[in-house]
Design a protein around this ligand. Structure first.
Ligand code: ADP
Length: 885
């Protein structure tokens, strides 16, 4: 260990860039720059006895604290100055360019070379030295001057000599400070000892080295900033040095403790999960020992068995195994575990091979089963039989996809399920109503949180066979927005070429949909994208006539409803007359949904009655109307109660048995009113509404089938403006404008100007309203209805209540054909309208209207609007003959 040494008055100076060598510390420097190489050669290498040099900290101007630095004593172009330490070549270049930027510290440390080695730096052949230096004592620079390429300084010794030291050590303050420092240093060593065994050597140091030297040695080993190193170098006074060193040792101790605390925490957590893992392993081993692992066997092993029995194709099996291996490496608490598990569950649940056996198709039996389940629909059933026949002859034929189109409740869904029954296949319904997101069809990618497979794959998982009849319900109700276009995904599904390898985003492996038989339903054809429509064969189901509804109710709905409620015809009878009343007064629909609901309401009321009697065990023998108290409770619900099946069938047997001796309940008109409430519709509605001039009866077409629509017009004092209300689209607004223009243009011919006391055409605002303002309406077919209502208003003549009309009108008064004639005529028929005015060119559409309906109605075909007016008013409409253009 270095003892205080004699220092010469001049020392060759080695600059030490941004670093400080403290007395007692040992450093290793690679000298590469010409000036430092020269210095080493002349001052150290060539001398017999290893000499002393001064190591002076230097730093860049930006970092320099002005004042504490000294400038070089004389300007010299000797080149590099920043050559100390492990400075690289690039820095040397920088140093040359920024000679002025380098500032020398005014204090340094004299150092002795402990070791020197010489090497040749390739490829230029330049010589380099590696020097190991030991710091000895502080000095201050009096003057800096160049000697050749390097600097030499005139110096003053700063550290105390041996004699001075001995004297200083007597100072009480210093003794106290030394003790403090030693205590801190001991503590640090103790802490380090726990961590590594090398601290033993440091302990020896503590006892042998003088305390002021120790302070330097300790601080030199810490990673502290350049500033702090400098201030340590500047602490010439022993007391200052000791207290600074104590502070630094304390700080170092603290940082070690904080770091230790953090590691402990992390280790604690780790060991908890490791502990759990260990315990689980032990539990498994114990169970195995006890032969107890059968019922609670390894979850993943069970999953693997399930996967094996799923019959996946080889490439998918490989993919699944890969995923399983990944899963095995995860802890159940790990994120991603459950998603990965769910994915594998899906893969193993999917029917890769599983199919329902298809026995030889018996067409006759299929026809019978269709007839058994559905009344009427002759043409539709015929088409289905044809479809089945083709399948029988060529089972893998790619027949068209059938698409049943019609209003709600006409039997679209139940026909599709009958197809499944006839083919002995499973049936699955995929509801597409309101689907706007392509991911609903194709699934979300598994990278999304909460991702799921699409509805098709989900449906297949539910039925667990790969060849079901799949009903794509309400295919016209899919929309498209920013989330993609479900219709385009459906295109792929319905394309026999593409659906062999349907790609669900969640599944991420292809699935063969080619064995699935697709059937679609829609309320209307128009909203279905043409490309999709092209893949399907549309079979239209018109609404039913009241007679058909009656038959459906008697033959199908009543038996089914009774059965669902655990009743039989021995307990509840609904006579034909009452069913007719329900059809007329309580429903006004194209299908039979509400009819079925109303029948179910009657059945529920009867079921309550029966159940009540069953409890009291008082079975009366005669026919009784239902007691008021019971039925009154039904009144509150009204007829619009959602149909629900009361689970009576369990004890239905007993109820039926109990009632075999009793006479049945027969529904009568008063029971209808009590259960279903007052009639919701009546045949006089039309007459009541057209009782004032200005109202006419139109026929419109909606997704619920045809409907009767009234048009009301009224006039008031104003500037001749036209006001329209009732949620109208652009087309219908234009129709109204055309109608008003036509009526005004023909006012004289129509003898309107002279009608009444005041002139209705001048200074009058017209307001036309389409009631049921909440329902959006559009389309050109209200043209004739609008003219009729305006003419009725201006002429103050009432329109015939038994006449409804539809037709587009041109500005010149021609009546053009419209769509949905069949549904419109059926709607008129439902409302008890006897006469229907239709454009002449719609004659061909009448062929589709059931003859039973046509026979009870008068169809009036018109070419021009004058013909319409002629038919719409009682006794015809008189106008000037020459007005016909
Ligand atoms: P959609 O799918 O057209 O809306 P559903 O198939 O759900 O209608 O039919 C509604 C109810 O009406 C079902 O219970 C169905 O059995 C019955 N139904 C409809 N048409 C007939 C029919 N022609 N014969 C027997 N029942 C019918």
């Amino acid at each position: 260990m270095a003892e205080p040494v004699e220092l010469p008055s001049r020392l060759a100076i080695l600059p030490f860039r941004n670093k400080v060598l403290l007395p007692g510390a040992i450093i290793r420097i690679r000298c590469t720059s010409p000036s430092s190489v020269k210095l080493v050669e002349q001052e150290l290498w060539q001398k017999e006895e290893k000499g002393l040099i001064g190591v002076l900290p230097v730093r860049d101007t930006e970092a320099a604290a002005v004042g504490s630095m000294i400038a070089p004593g004389m300007g010299s172009d000797s080149g590099e100055k920043g050559s100390g330490g492990v400075v690289g070549d690039s820095q040397k270049q920088d140093a040359r360019n920024s000679q002025e930027l380098i500032h020398w510290h005014n204090r340094g440390v004299a150092a002795r070379a402990l070791h020197l080695s010489r090497g040749v730096e390739k490829p230029s052949g330049r010589v380099t030295y590696i020097v190991v230096l030991e710091g000895l004592c502080r000095f201050s620079v009096q003057e800096l001057s160049a000697r050749g390429t390097y600097y030499v300084a005139r110096i003053n010794r700063l550290d105390l000599t041996k004699a001075e030291l001995e004297q200083a050590e007597q100072d009480q303050d210093l003794i106290l400070l030394s003790r403090q420092f030693k205590a801190a240093a001991m503590e640090l060593i103790a802490v380090l000892e726990q961590k590594q065994k090398t601290a033993g050597r440091t302990k020896v140091l503590l006892e042998t080295v003088p305390v002021h030297r120790l302070a330097d040695i300790f601080v030199a080993s810490f990673e502290i900033s350049f500033e702090e190193q400098l201030s340590m170098l500047d602490s010439v006074d022993l007391k200052v040095r000791l207290s600074k060193a104590t502070e630094l040792v304390d700080r170092h101790l603290q940082s070690i403790r904080v770091a230790e605390k953090i590691t402990q925490k992390v280790e604690g957590q780790l060991s908890k999960s490791q502990k759990e893992f260990l315990l689980r392993q032990q539990m498994r081993a114990i169970k195995e020992e006890l032969g107890d692992n059968d019922d609670d066997e390894d979850d993943l092993a069970a999953l693997e068995r399930k996967m094996q029995s799923a019959g996946m194709p080889p490439n998918i099996w490989k993919h699944a195994q890969r995923e399983l291996r990944r899963l095995r490496k995860m802890q159940p608490q790990q994120p991603g575990y459950s998603s990965s598990r769910g994915y594998l569950e899906l893969l193993s649940d999917l029917p890769w091979q599983n199919v329902s056996e298809e026995p030889e198709l018996d067409l006759k039996a299929a026809k019978e089963s269709l007839d058994d389940d559905h009344y009427g629909l002759v043409k539709v059933k015929q088409r289905i039989i044809e479809y089945l026949a083709v399948r029988k002859l060529k089972p893998d034929a790619r027949g068209p996809v059938l698409c049943f189109v019609g209003p709600p409740g006409v039997g679209k869904t139940s026909l599709a399920s009958s197809i499944a029954t006839a083919l002995n296949r499973k049936f699955v319904r995929i509801s597409l109503g309101g689907v706007k997101d392509e991911a609903d069809i194709r699934g979300h990618r598994r990278t999304y949180i909460g991702s799921m497979p699409g509805r098709l794959i989900d449906g297949l998982k539910r039925v667990a066979v790969s060849n079901p009849v799949m009903l794509l319900d309400e295919i016209d109700k899919t929309g498209s927005d920013v989330r993609g276009d479900p219709a385009s995904a459906l295109l792929e599904v319905l394309d026999p070429e593409q659906n062999k390898a349907f790609n669900d985003h969640y599944l991420n492996v292809p699935f063969d949909l080619s064995k699935v038989i697709f059937v679609a339903t829609a309320n209307r054809v128009q909203p279905i994208p043409p490309a999709l429509l092209d893949r399907m064969e549309v079979i239209e189901l018109p609404g039913y006539t009241p007679e058909e509804k009656l038959n459906i109710a008697m033959k199908h709905l009543i038996p089914r409803v009774l059965d669902q409620h655990g009743l039989s015809s021995d307990i509840l009878q609904i006579p034909e007359g009452m069913v007719k009343l329900i059809i007329q007064r309580y429903t006004r629909e194209a299908g039979v949904r509400n009819l079925e609901r109303n029948l179910a309401a009657l059945a529920r009321a009867a079921a309550v009655k029966v159940a009540e009697q069953d409890c009291n065990m008082q079975i009366s023998q005669d026919i009784r109307p239902m007691t008021a108290s019971l039925l009154d409770t039904r009144l509150a619900d009204g007829a619009e109660v959602e149909m629900e099946v009361i689970p009576m069938s369990v004890n239905g047997q007993e109820i039926s048995a109990a009632f075999t001796s009793a006479a049945a309940l027969v529904v009568d008109e008063s029971m209808l009113e009590k259960v279903l409430g007052p009639p919701r519709f009546d045949d006089n509605e039309t007459a009541d509404r057209v009782a004032t001039p200005g109202v006419s009866v139109g026929l419109v077409w909606t997704s619920f089938g045809g409907e009767v629509q009234f048009v009301e017009a009224t006039a008031m004092v104003g500037k001749g403006d036209l006001h329209l209300t009732g949620q109208l689209g652009d087309v219908i607004k234009e129709s109204a404008q055309i109608a008003l223009t036509w009526v005004r243009a023909r006012a004289a011919d129509l003898k309107l100007s002279t009608a009444g006391d005041t002139n209705l055409l001048e200074n009058q605002d017209i307001h036309i309203h389409f009631p049921a303002g909440a329902v959006p309406k559009d389309g050109p077919s209200a043209g004739v209805t609008l003219v009729t209502s305006l003419v009725s208003l201006f002429s103050q003549r009432k329109v015939r209540a038994d006449t409804a009309m539809t037709g587009e009108m041109t500005l010149r008064g021609l009546v053009l054909p419209v769509g949905g004639v069949k549904d419109k005529v059926l709607a008129a028929h439902r409302c008890g309208i006897k006469r229907v005015i239709l454009p002449e060119r719609n004659l061909k559409d009448l062929a589709e209207v059931p003859s039973a309906v046509l026979s009870g109605m008068e169809i009036l075909l018109v070419k021009r609007i004058e013909d319409v007016l002629d038919q719409a008013f009682d006794g015809g409409y008189p106008w000037k003959q020459h007005s016909k253009l």
